[in-house]
Design a protein around this ligand. Sequence first.
Ligand SMILES: Cc1ncc(C[n+]2csc(CCOP(=O)(O)OP(=O)(O)O)c2C)c(N)n1
Ligand SMILES: [Mg+2]
Length: 331
Amino acid sequence: MTSRTGIAPGADGELSIDDRLALLRRMLEIRFFEDEVQRLFTKGLVRGTTHLGQGQEAVPVGVCAALRDGDTMTCTYRGHGAVLAMGAPLDEAFGEILGRANGLCRGKGGSMHLTDLRVGALGSYAIVGAHLPITVGAALAARYTKSGAVGVAFFGEGSTNIGAFHEALNLAGIWRLPAVFVCENNLYGEYSPYASTTPVDTIAERAASYGMPGVRIDGNDVEQVRATAIEAVERARSGDGPTLLEAMTYRQVGHSRSDPAKYRPEGELEQWLERDPIVVYERVLSEAGVDADALASIRASAEEEVAAALERAAASPEPELGSRLEDVYAS
Ligand SMILES: Cc1ncc(C[n+]2csc(CCOP(=O)(O)OP(=O)(O)O)c2C)c(N)n1
Ligand SMILES: [Mg+2]
């Protein structure tokens, strides 16, 4: 069975060059997708808001490469990368953001609510922390039905100051549920730097309160993310309980929409741009013998695929008026 990124899950051995190129390719698709969303937003074609994650791609791509069919994932409003890393089609993701009928939620959810049950993406949630108990529920369901599935939740470091985080980890810890909690520590919660809101040095150490391992990793190193996620996923699948991963990363853009991120100290962005996960990985692959032409052609074909997906989404009609009463229910 192949993972969500198209490479063998849980393969302990060295990644083949093809596997490594698949990881790079998925990161590039997500990057080009989000660059395009930013352009669409500036042109006034996106209703509502957007929260982009350029610079954080290695976290969802590395983690989802450790998952297999049947596993589930929940994420936040900054979740385009996670949903695409699970394998949601690019054109339907664009369609959702543009409010088109071909959208993942038929155009009713928008950027903050990308969902694709076909690939185990149980939803993107705008309420900070709200999805962690949902992943606990998915993990409990997996235990109850003996499906062998693992539930993953992605969230920011700011979310670990909210009650739902603590309740979710407590329950998952006491019941040793098959869950992996992935904190994308991008150093800011909206406009507040980490140290101004969080009284512990690391998020990983919060795991101790809930009887699970907490591991801090370089979230801009896709292979390190994948390797750590494989261990956590295997631990969960084999009945040994949940893990809290803290992936250190950086959002290269503002919190949302047109936030220019003026609150960041001078030079910080430039330092992190040098550690851009895609640039870093291209260098790793180049040192491993992949030639510059091959890397350039992967870039070009990812860019083309994203452009073609956008064209298909833009050609999709707006939802019919009558569809507003579909997918809603009252009991
Ligand atoms: C319960 C709740 N409180 C406040 C907000 C407003 N809010 C939106 S994003 C955000 C910051 C979250 O930061 P973090 O968890 O670090 O995630 P990041 O945005 O950095 O990915 C806040 C406070 C919200 N959406 N929900
Ligand atoms: Mg944050």
